[in-house]
Design a protein around this ligand. Structure first.
Ligand SMILES: [Zn+2]
Length: 266
């Protein structure tokens, strides 16, 4: 790509990322509360007043309004600009790594889904089915166009067509990763006599598996588990939470781990 068109490409990714991030904020608030993501139009969660388009420009409006609602002056959650910025940064990284391709679209959908799940689990401890199962369905469709990597298919079915191998690799990953966490959830519930991992985590793992395949899926789980232990453990210590009763947002850590993988590998 010529330098000018590369700059234009990154600029487009930035704008699409900011606008998408703004939409993801709507999803983060509304999906766990079972409110439609299309209707009503954006409103202040404090006073309920409808937000005009000029108060809804990603990043800019937050800065111009000094982080407060125009009507009730209550603070707007910092999550709004963070998600907008986060989405833009991730979309730029995808654009640079994957260019103008179906793979770029696949990873953009994956990252956007993970961003919403990260926040719903962090804020509400909810991993909504619309996102885990909906994302899983999207991942299955993408598996037909962007091959899911896996040594299993290459090793045992080298003669199989690339689409067949892609679905095979995705299937193996789902059975192994989602199955393993399911088993862990059952064992954990037996040992600790309470639910530590929910069925939402199992569905999240299925989503990660169908997009990433087994090897990268394992990498995502490892990154998430290490980050979760260090950050979560640190938080429990510093905030003086009770380790035996505090429910860590394990799903958020898994999402963060999974989000990193496609940006580092291809
Ligand atoms: Zn307000």
């Amino acid at each position: 790509m010529a330098p000018e068109s590369q700059i234009a490409f990154v600029a487009i990714a930035t704008i699409v990322g900011l606008v998408t991030g703004s939409f993801l904020n709507v999803c983060i608030y509304r999906i766990p509360r079972d409110v439609s993501i299309v209707f009503p139009r954006s409103f202040c969660v404090e006073c309920g007043k409808q937000i005009s388009w000029y108060d809804n420009v990603p990043l800019l409006s937050y800065a111009l309004l000094h982080g407060r609602c125009r009507f009730c002056r209550k603070p707007i959650e910092l999550r709004y600009p963070i998600v907008e910025l986060m989405t833009a940064v991730v979309f730029i990284a995808i654009a640079i790594r994957y260019g103008w391709s179906v793979a770029a679209l696949k990873w953009a959908v994956f990252e956007a889904t993970l961003i919403v799940l990260f926040w719903t689990d962090l804020e509400e401890r909810i991993l909504p089915d619309e996102l885990t199962l909906g994302g899983f369905a999207a991942g299955l469709i993408f598996a037909a166009f962007v091959p899911v990597y896996g040594a299993f298919g290459d090793l045992f079915f080298p003669g199989m067509g690339s689409i067949g191998r892609s679905f095979l690799n995705a299937g193996v990953a789902v059975i192994f990763l989602a199955g393993l966490i399911w088993l862990m959830a059952i064992l954990y519930a037996r040992v600790r006599r309470r639910e530590g991992l929910g069925f939402g985590d199992v569905k999240l793992l299925a989503l990660l598996a169908v997009f990433l395949g087994l090897e990268k899926g394992i990498a995502a789980v490892l990154i998430g588990a290490v980050a979760g232990s260090v950050i979560g453990g640190g938080y429990i210590l510093l905030a003086h939470k009770k380790a035996s009763t505090y429910e860590l947002p394990f799903g958020s850590f898994l999402c963060a781990g999974a989000a990193i993988v496609p940006l580092l590998s291809s």
